[in-house]
Design a protein around this ligand. Structure first.
Ligand code: ZN
Length: 424
């Protein structure tokens, strides 16, 4: 740990730049960096990294480069405009421990704007919180990473090891952005991801799987509806069967080493549904998209087998579906769960930085969502800490991040860099 006086100078320096940091964060929130629309926000990050003398690597993700790698998730969209961006800080004679500071720039759809109190991509500050889609998840962390370094450099301190600032896409749907960073060769002695955890670090995270169920029906005129088969109503029955599987999986929590005391670790979600063409025709088709959670120890293949069995059993009970079974398509997340283990040293460095800033012990969390940490931990043997600011209503309306919390997380990150990488 930097000695006390130095730690305080570093924290003061973060404070001094915090108005600037907040302005830059607002500028980034203005970009509607939904999936497939991240390129302009990535241009912004490239410019920002370059302005602050980082060596910028901005590249287009090619599915062919990563599709054979463990952790790859299949996609149905085009990667024509799918850009990753990394800013590298490289000291002239590296001798400390290197670090990856990762964050994702993609945001989830904002939903109907009239349900927001103010437009989602026009950031505003009220009562110490910044509102906007992506403000908390996780542009505050992405910008905080850079300002942690700037605080050190503005004090004339030079980190003694390489630091890679990664701004990745695809975190909210596949993780292929973080995977592409691994494929490109980025490695370090630790990784830190400031997802909005409310100042705790993530010990364990569930796996996440996406799939789409495509249901067919037998279309007839409604006057003889009983001669047809209604694909939308069939879909309801399949969803019910999957909900029962959700109950079964949650019952297994008692045996799970990480989630046994969680009241409901496994969440299934019907996130999208579409079907039918006409109110007076029995619908011929229905498609719905599910997201399911998995225990860290649950194998993806075994989970798929159970899901398929549940759908098959439900279809068999139906006279039409028995002969025209629904199709299941796996696109998007095929994400294994992840538990941070054997990372005592890096955890201790973070715990010390946290204590210096917050005056209390670092808490840990078991997360019922996924993060990109799994790529570093599972596929590259890099201890990955997920630790970031307090936010609220992410993926909902009026997403917001608490600025005081962002300031303190930036301070803790700066202290973490100083201790982990060393400074001269
Ligand atoms: Zn996130």
């Amino acid at each position: 740990m930097p000695e006390r006086a130095l730690a305080h100078r570093i924290m003061d320096e973060v404070d001094r730049s915090f108005d600037e940091q907040t302005r830059v964060l607002a500028d980034l929130v203005r970009f509607p960096s939904r999936r497939g629309e991240e390129a302009r926000a990535q241009d912004f990050m490239s410019r920002l990294y370059r302005e602050h003398d980082l060596a910028v690597d901005r590249w287009k993700i090619e599915i062919d480069d990563i599709k054979h790698l463990r952790g790859f998730s299949p996609v149905s969209i085009s990667y024509e405009d799918a850009w990753n961006c990394v800013g590298a800080f490289r000291p002239s004679a590296p001798k400390g421990r290197s670090l990856i500071l990762n964050g994702h720039i993609d945001v989830v759809p904002e939903g109907p704007h009239e349900m927001w109190s103010s437009p989602p991509f026009e950031p505003r500050i009220k009562d110490g919180w910044m509102y906007g889609r992506g403000a908390g998840d996780m542009k505050a962390g992405l910008i905080g990473n850079l300002y942690a370094l700037l605080a050190l450099r503005r004090l004339g301190l030079v980190p003694q090891a390489e630091i890679f600032f990664q701004s990745v896409i695809e975190e909210e749907c596949t993780g292929n952005g973080a995977l592409a960073c691994l494929q490109r060769g980025y490695r370090a002695d630790a990784a830190l991801i400031p997802e909005p955890t409310g100042h705790a670090f993530v010990r364990a995270q569930v796996g996440v799987m996406w799939f789409q169920v495509r249901v067919t029906g037998h279309p007839v005129h409604v006057y003889k509806a009983d001669a047809g088969s209604n694909a939308i109503e069939s879909a309801f029955r399949l969803i019910e069967a999957l909900r029962k599987l959700e109950l079964v999986w949650n019952e297994r929590r008692h045996k799970d080493p990480w989630f046994h005391d969680h009241h409901h670790p496994i969440n299934f979600n019907v996130g999208k549904i579409a079907g039918g063409d006409w109110a007076s025709s029995v619908p011929a088709w229905c498609e719905f998209d599910m997201r399911v959670g998995l225990y860290p120890e649950q194998e993806l293949a075994a989970a798929r087998a159970e899901i398929e069995q549940a759908i098959r059993d439900a279809a068999r009970a139906d006279p039409f579906l028995g002969n025209s079974p629904p199709a299941i398509v796996y696109n998007g997340f095929q994400a294994e769960g992840f538990v941070l283990k054997n990372a005592g040293h890096v955890e201790a460095v973070l715990a010390q930085a946290h204590r210096t800033v917050f005056g209390e012990a670092l808490g840990e969390q078991r997360s019922t969502g996924t993060t990109d940490a799994r790529f570093f931990g599972l596929y590259a043997d890099i201890p990955a800490l997920v630790y970031g600011p307090r936010s609220d209503d992410i993926h909902g309306f009026d997403e917001k991040v608490e600025l005081e919390s962002v300031r303190r997380i930036t301070q803790a990150t700066a202290l973490f860099i100083a201790d982990w990488c060393g400074v001269a």
